[in-house]
Design a protein around this ligand. Sequence first.
Ligand code: SAH
Length: 341
Amino acid sequence: MKILSDLNLDELQTELAGFPRFRAKQIFDAIKQGKGYDEIAIPASMKDELKKSYILKPLEIYKVLTSKDGTKKYLLKLYDENLIECVFLRQSYGNTICMSTQVGCRMGCKFCASTKNGLIRNLTAGEMLSTIAVVNADNGKSNERNFTNIVLMGSGEPFDNYENVVKWLDLITDKQGFNVSERNISISTCGLVDKIKEFSLLHYNVTLCVSLHATTDEIRRTIMPIASRYTIAEIVNALKEYAEKNNRRVVFEYCLIKGTNDRAEDIKNLKQITSGLLCHVNVICLNENGGSLRATTRAEALNFIDKLNKAGISATLRRSQGEDIAGACGMLRAKSLKQKD
Ligand code: SAH
């Protein structure tokens, strides 16, 4: 079975060449509105024909949790019964959708719930597009865009699903589709250096974020297995290339973990890591999720940021939304899988 949302309008027209040409556009618009076969006005005979070979809507809303602060966390069920997460964040400067790129993850970061059961499979470009379509439709009129920003900070490692993510970028920025500006998209990676370099050459104007979470390779290796493959110095070099080639500020994500990366020497190390690089440090308080790692308190985090700022480093605390609904990466899916066992 082919997923129709994997295709752009040209590809749809070619794929559906046996039907009147305007039908492809009709299907294209239905995908954008998150509609399934039951919701589109096409002849029954065409519907039956399409259903034999094509999936129109590869996922549907399985569960929604709404936080006191308005954040909505979605558990979406894919056509093969796999579950993924997506978060809709209501913000004064434009709503943000945080979405997944894989079912599970194989990066093995110690603090992250998404990776607990490993990688199940990659999402296709169309599944990622339909994630946006379905969540968009649930937050306003389905034929309008109800969000401004998209961040690839849900479950999965975007650069471990590189080709599909790049294809998705083309679909989501398509003028005939959602027409999202590249500048309003952030891709977060744990630091797959080879892919960062490859991506630099494509010249997308997206914000590249790297999960740093430690200031020495030695400590980074204790919490992020990927640190055994690439050093911080290699990441920084790749980011310099990205920042220069694309004229974009890059972002370091830095999740504060008590005693691991919130020490005085970490400020010094961060100064050295960020010097000469157009960058910002996004500090996050660890969401404890059952492991042995402990969070730095909010007051300590603010103090840490103050010191970073005094050292001349641009840094802010990422506002934590939806904490009461298991807002952190992979937490809801992990919870739901546990309940099933
Ligand atoms: N794989 C990508 C994107 C996924 S996660 C990456 O590693 O960047 C998005 C961000 O949430 C990452 O910075 C990730 O390290 C962070 N994160 C994961 N689990 C967390 C937790 N328990 N508390 C705080 N941040 C977490």
